[in-house]
Design a protein around this ligand. Structure first.
Ligand SMILES: Cc1cc2nc3c(=O)[nH]c(=O)nc-3n(C[C@H](O)[C@H](O)[C@H](O)COP(=O)(O)OP(=O)(O)OC[C@H]3O[C@@H](n4cnc5c(N)ncnc54)[C@H](O)[C@@H]3O)c2cc1C
Length: 465
């Protein structure tokens, strides 16, 4: 229970609609995109300004009230789901794009703005914000920063870490750290903003950010290719990287197990027969409309002649390109369709991926003979997503699968979380991918900025009592 009349004390100082209590709190504040349900919180604070966030936190800090921070609730590791006794701070009403500066190619936005809103607004000015992921319509910039989101274009533009120039953050005690700089280079001591990027809300509430923008490419070409072997997938990536350089913006791989299901679930006309072992979506963005497209077409022809690809289709319109991308974006539908299932997001060296996927399949079948695995991912970034269906619907089966496959990831020298973060779900396995000394340093940083441990407690690691 929230003690000491915190809610009553804060309520008058908040803008209208800034506080929800009791029946006003709808399921969206305790249910995430995957349908997982947390605890019904006692209060939901919906600040409209940084000053309001600061006031709320200063009071929570004074009384030791734990807080969970919420963006679009699309995170996949239960980080934003309320736990017992936590109150919610939702950034949903801090959703303004404050300024777009074409000259410095930057945008200053509030943390609660949806990724897609930013993408669409900057495009009207001939610019692009290149972070892109399936949850773009609901995921917020604050959530993207807190989870250091990756997505489809990391191969060209990097993860969120590379796309943020400045941040404004409110610490647990209400202190506002304003570091909204619009330039890239700043070697004046620690790069403080990087502590908060990827910290999953454990170190501060991100309230505003300066984002890096890029020129909107004059031309975008998207192709879907089918391939018979993983060696060919690597060969195609190598060819595209060498010949396209910075114009290669996405290289997404789908195992046969994913492609067939996703094509059906995305309700798109099949782009290629689903009879090959691997499928790849290649996206190329160029500054010169004609030459980029021609070069891409001739490269695919070369890949076909060299027997790297069996078949390919190049989108002839934006609608066709969108159809191809819908297949890749149907990951949530594919996962839902094979429930009960666990979902893993791992990093591995590219040359170990095929063997890893085959071993993961064996491991899964050893746990549950009727299980099957579905694999796809951002190949160019060394990132695979693996969903494992286990027909026997018992939580302990899911846990055993997780344990054994994460052990396998560690044995292959990989990371148990490539881009979704640790949250609550992956906490038991943090030690598979981080050393004791690294975890001790993370704990020390947490203790220094949030000594009472009120911010997103228990996310990433348990804090000391
Ligand atoms: C269909 C689908 C596809 C996806 N594809 C990708 C992908 O390709 N790549 C990828 O990286 N991720 C992907 N994701 C997951 C991704 O992490 C989230 O979509 C997104 O980055 C989280 O944003 P959100 O606003 O929904 O955050 P939430 O889910 O609300 O929160 C996520 C975490 O961030 C914290 N947080 C949220 N806002 C703030 C803030 N302002 N300050 C401090 N902490 C905050 C929360 O407490 C929580 O710990 C996908 C998710 C879905 C459903």
């Amino acid at each position: 229970m929230v003690q000491g009349g915190l809610i009553e004390r804060l309520a008058p100082s908040l803008s209208a609609g800034g506080l929800l209590i009791g029946a006003e709190i709808g399921p969206r504040y305790y249910t995430d995109v995957a349908g997982r349900v947390g605890t019904l919180p006692q209060a939901v604070f919906r600040p409209r300004s940084t000053a309001e966030v600061s006031r709320i936190l200063a009071n929570c800090h004074a009384e030791g009230v734990p807080v969970v921070i919420q963006g679009g609730m699309t995170g996949l590791v239960c980080g934003a789901l309320p736990r017992v006794n936590e109150i919610v701070i939702s950034l949903e009403r801090m959703n303004r794009i404050e300024a777009i500066d074409a000259k410095s190619a930057t945008a200053i936005v509030e943390a609660g703005v949806a990724l897609q809103t930013v993408q669409e607004r900057v495009e009207t000015l001939g610019l692009t914000f290149p972070l892109d992921l399936g949850a773009r319509g609901s995921a917020t910039i604050g959530g993207n920063i807190a989870t250091n989101a990756g997505g489809n274009r990391v191969i060209r533009y990097g993860m969120m870490r590379e796309l943020v120039l400045g941040l404004e953050v409110v610490l647990a005690d209400g202190t506002v750290i304003e570091s909204l700089r619009k330039y890239f280079k700043n070697n004046t001591g620690f790069d403080v903003k990087q502590y908060f990027i990827g910290s999953e809300g454990t170190l501060g509430v991100i309230t505003r950010a300066v984002l890096r923008l890029f020129p909107l490419p004059a031309q975008r070409a998207v192709a879907c290719c089918s391939l018979s072997s993983f060696a060919n997938v690597i060969g195609l990536l190598d060819l595209m990287r060498h010949r396209l350089g910075g114009e290669l913006t996405a290289f997404e791989v789908m195992w046969h197990s994913y492609f067939g299901r996703a094509t059906a679930l995305a309700h798109v006309k099949p782009v290629l027969p689903a009879d090959r072992a691997f499928y790849v979506i290649v996206e190329v963005c160029g500054v010169d409309a004609d030459s980029s497209h021609d070069r891409f077409e001739s490269l695919l022809a070369q890949a076909h002649e060299a027997a790297l690809i069996d078949n390919a289709v190049i989108a002839k319109s934006e609608a066709e390109a969108a159809s191809i991308w819908r297949i890749r974006d149907a990951s949530a539908e594919v996962h839902a369709a094979i429930r009960p299932a666990i979902s893993l997001d791992v990093s591995l060296a590219i040359d170990r991926m095929e063997e890893f996927a085959a071993r993961a399949d064996q491991v899964a079948q050893a746990v549950d003979q009727a299980s099957c695995i579905v694999v796809f991912g951002h190949l160019g970034d060394g990132n695979l997503h693996v969903s494992v269906h286990h027909p026997e619907d018992r939580p302990e089966i899911g846990r055993e699968l997780e344990e054994r496959i994460y052990d396998l990831v560690a044995a292959y020298g990989g990371s148990i979380s490539a881009e979704h973060g640790i949250g609550i779900s992956k906490r038991p396995y943090l030690g598979h991918s981080r050393t004791k000394a690294e975890i001790a340093l993370m704990r020390a940083i947490k203790k220094a900025v949030d000594p009472k441990g009120i911010l997103n407690p228990g996310r990433i690691f348990e804090i000391d009592a």
